[in-house]
Design a protein around this ligand. Sequence first.
Ligand code: HEM
Length: 407
Amino acid sequence: MAAVASAIPPSIPAHVPKSLVFDFDHFTAPETKSEPHRRVSQLLHKNAPDVFYTPRNGGYWIVTRAEVAVDMLRQVESFSSSPQFNHFKAFNPPMLPVQADPPEHTEYRRILNPKFAPGPVGKLEVYVRQLARTIIDDVYPRGRCDFIEEVAERFPVTIFLKIAGAPLSDRARLVSIAVKYTRSPTFEERQEAISDMAAYLREKFRERANAPKDDLLTQIVQARIPDRELTETEKEGLGVLLFFGGLDTVKSVLSFVVSYLAQHPEDYKQLVDNPALIKSAMEELMRVSGVSTPERGVTHDLEYRGISFKKGDRIVFLTQLWGVDDQQIPNPYQVDFSREVSQHYSFGAGPHRCIGSHLARLEVRVFLEEWTKTVKQFSVENHVPVKTAGGVVWTPVVLPLTWPVAN
Ligand code: HEM
């Protein structure tokens, strides 16, 4: 066990035994800088306890195994989403619905369902496909692109801004606020990003209160739970999380998926030759492309699987490792489009399971359908290793692609 006995700072709480301490920072660990799913899982699944305590960033528990994580995420009475039990997440405004427990959580989710349920999301397919075509037709003739900047930051972000009702001219500003939130390890920097996003939303909510439109911003302004209006803080909290979800996560997952296909031409050829495979292949690719790190706080002193937790302990779940957990999936790093992976947990588990999953799936599927129609083979430019970053949401940071252009 490569525990950090000599480096353990005195801030390790007394109830945490040394055998459960392992030095790992999910923002900065070298293993997060390239091939993070394989490298971090090899590090942690082989060397660390399934639930361990890291002294980094103020100290927190990390859960690496899918079965344990899913079980804990379902026990909301013990492992709460409320910032009351996780001081690192005491943001202003609290992000909703992700920082609320049932029954309030259920009410907040009810507000968002009309825009994110499969029916309304399905109606976006024509628009999503047109946008994918426009972006692909734009980059294709050049035979190369910087995928993150020219595609991943345009495609899902443009779709989300349309749903939200925010102008496209605000894209760069909003993306940079979302990136600051997801990649900054300190509470202060993440709070700054949240405050910037909340200030942006306050202005938009004022506009919508005066002139309602058929968009997500108006829906939040007019929302009620069940017999009262939302407070300004609640409106901002709902908006902040949705904007972070809509602006950063699909961008990251799509970039991981495309980066894998760029480096595995035989797998990509299967999709080009047989587009009917894309829907199921996408699930297999998402399995190895988890990006999010849900958090919970412990509500009361308790024993769980032989571990003593204290009220207020912070717990971080690495969804990135669940899909490559060898206790769940044989040969987990092998992407196999014929594998019967009916279920993966990249969208989380329990009551907070991602509300944007239908939208995310639509975006990734349609993008791959259109990309395979046009780009018959492609690779990472000069076959350089793809640089990635850890954080609240993990992501490739640069992805230069190249392909032969048909005359
Ligand atoms: C592939 C892309 C995405 C991934 C991998 C992802 C992942 C996740 C995960 C793991 C959770 C659970 C968080 C927790 O348990 O604390 C979550 C929740 C959430 N996601 Fe996503 N997400 C994605 C896309 C989106 C999109 C596009 C949106 C909105 C436009 C969105 C909005 C949300 C919201 C609002 C929640 C909170 C749900 C709740 O608390 O009930 N996500 N997401």
